[in-house]
Design a protein around this ligand. Structure first.
Ligand SMILES: [Fe+2]
Length: 315
């Protein structure tokens, strides 16, 4: 039988707890806070984020839009640019001390620091640097908490994770573990993919092996599979469609649906993600040819779904 039979049972009530105080990383990073993308089609991208995904625009300038699902100043930033590209990925440091520790590690590893101040408004302290294969990371402390009222909206509860494709998954894993303190939750084959966590979510960053470096998707958490169906309905009413799903993954155990946003990146809406509360939880290993790691229900992956994505901004 496949590895599905070995999958650990996770009580449903545990899966729905939000990121909690129990940290299963080494505590340097507490969350993947937000994603910043540049796009050639700012108007179309904002329309998609609000009307299809259901995010709220919380702040805006002529060339920049800050959006969030609920209680945050921003969980994604879209800015107008000449290319569709990943500007940076924002990681929340646990506190100022953690920020300082990471800053030292970045120096020791000789990554190129591009700013000693945060790149964006509405965060606390921070700095930004270029990591392996050209992705820019901003590590920061949160400035304040925000409580936006969700006025009957249909959108997700929060930003969940990013999925990046890289050429050298081992080097990317080592960077995330050694510099940023992530832990490996699931590993596919020798180097096919790694799922890494910085808090109780099974993964905040997934790293897939590819022939190029791209952000494949950004993922948003919702409470029910019903919300995934409604996303499919909204797309269909606009003459568009889901690209994949709903599907239950093996690694992470989440039920997910995917569609392509105007940047060319994929958006995932998911529910029922595995939560990990045991800091000693060993990485689960999946054989590379066991496709139930990616699809528990039938082991299938739609042709072309993994070919989408947008590259890191060259700086
Ligand atoms: Fe994902």
């Amino acid at each position: 039988m496949s590895s599905v039979s070995l999958k650990q049972a996770v009580p449903n009530e545990r899966k729905h707890q939000r990121r909690a105080a129990v940290m299963t990383g080494n505590g340097l990073i507490s969350a993947v806070g937000y994603l910043s993308l540049q796009t050639k089609d700012l108007t179309g991208v904002i329309r998609n984020a609000t009307d299809v995904l259901g995010l709220y625009e919380t702040d805006t300038t002529s060339k920049k839009s800050y959006l969030a699902a609920q209680a945050a100043h921003h969980e994604i930033i879209y800015s107008a640019g000449d290319h569709d590209a990943v500007d940076h990925i924002g990681l929340v440091a646990k506190d100022s001390e953690a920020l300082g520790i990471i800053r030292e590690k970045v120096s020791r590893a000789k990554y190129r620091v591009i700013a000693e101040q945060p790149l964006d408004e509405a965060v606390g302290q921070g700095f930004a640097f270029v990591g392996p294969e050209g992705f820019t990371w901003q590590v920061y402390t949160e400035a304040a908490s925000y409580s936006l009222v969700k006025n009957g909206g249909f959108g997700p509860d929060r930003f969940g994770h990013v999925n990046i494709q890289v050429i050298d998954t081992i080097a990317q894993r080592d960077f995330l573990v050694e510099v940023l303190g992530f832990r490996v939750s699931d590993r596919i084959g020798h180097d096919q993919a790694f799922f890494l966590r910085c808090n109780n979510d099974h993964h905040g960053i997934a790293v897939f092996k590819s022939s190029r470096a791209v952000l494949h998707h950004h993922a948003w958490q919702t409470q029910s599979i019903v919300d995934l169906g409604r996303l499919g309905d909204r797309l269909a009413r606009r003459g568009s469609r889901l690209a994949w799903g709903p599907v239950r993954h093996g690694a992470g155990d989440n039920i997910a649906a995917y569609y392509v946003e105007p940047t060319g990146a994929v958006i995932e809406l998911y529910t029922d993600l595995e939560m990990i509360f045991d800091p000693e939880r060993e990485a689960r290993l999946w054989a590379e040819d066991d496709l139930y790691w990616i699809n528990q229900w039938d082991g299938q992956v739609p042709p072309g779904i993994l070919d989408h994505g947008i590259p890191p901004l060259q700086r």
